[in-house]
Design a protein around this ligand. Sequence first.
Ligand code: NIG
Ligand code: FE
Length: 387
Amino acid sequence: MSSTLITGIAELVTNDPDADDLLGAIADAALVVEGAKVAWVGRAIDAPEADERLDVGGRAVLPGFVDSHSHLVFAGDRAAEFAARMAGESYAAGGIRTTVAATRAATDEQLTSHVARLVAEMRRQGTTTVEIKSGYGLSTHDEARSLAVARQFTEETTFLGAHVVPADHADDPAAYVDLVTGPMLDAAAPYARWIDVFCERGAFDGDQARTVLAAGAAKGLRGRLHANQLGPGPGVRLAAELGLTAVDHCTYLEDADVDALRDSGTIATLLPGVEFSTRQPYPDARRLLDAGVRVAIASDCNPGSCFTSSLPLCVALAVREMGMTPAEAVHAATATGARALDRDDVGALTVGKRADLMVLDAPSHVHLAYRPGVPLVQQVWQGGRPV
Ligand code: NIG
Ligand code: FE
């Protein structure tokens, strides 16, 4: 197995949980990659020899971003809806049905090449692990093929048949829940690791979410939820009660929701690109962190509420609009993103982790928030190789 010594690292973010600081940052550092994994990290003066050597010239090296929430399998776009919103319309998720129609009409090849383009776009911005949901098929055939497409790009696939009730079931939502928990789940489960529900007024209520998650669990799928995005609701407390790994959005929280998250250890995944793109109030990350809740940051890349694939943008928004420090936001988009997917092999650069990393054209992680909108990701490595 060949090894590479990376030197010239002004700041190495390891996310070592045993370090004194949150990011386990090492100044004037080096890192050895052997095969697909990290074999050594430390001060450059202590570095061992390796087969090859790469000098990154005084730049920062961070773990690749772990984007734990995206909806990349879709066709068409909703630029007109976005423009209308910027002219004063409000976001109500009704546009999901527009994307469902376009997605059903697309071929497998069209869906696959579109996902490939978005995954490449993410990778150029430092994302090395991505979760991808279905949710724009909403028929047995279209949900299963959406997940089969997603599976070509990631192991972190999520069945979101319970995104909204599609137009063809508008008269009988109960029958749609039966479809989701029956034939649709049977067809989707072989391609999915997770099951998700949009638990929100106008989508699915708490009882329906509980039913869908239970059906998924019986098929071996782990649960996660979209909750409390557009207003207060039962989703966050349900996620905590069920001990889910993560609950996503968390924009409208009551004190009882925050307490439930803290007590359960369920991660609150915040998606600041959504509030940026819908002009809604940002979730209060500071309140959550100060209460002892674990917070992840993800993109939610989708054609409706947030069409950005950029975690650097989301980190900058989290810092500038949600009260997080640069270190907290970077940790949330790497280490806690990994925890939000129950992954312990990514999100950190300590010995034995996957060598998934980014080299920033900047001397420290702070620049991700300090220089918003600037393409700072200079190099990305996945599984021990530059990509
Ligand atoms: O996570 N909230 C529900 N689903 C997506 C938006 C979907 C859409 O508008 O197309 C979200 O924001
Ligand atoms: Fe989402």
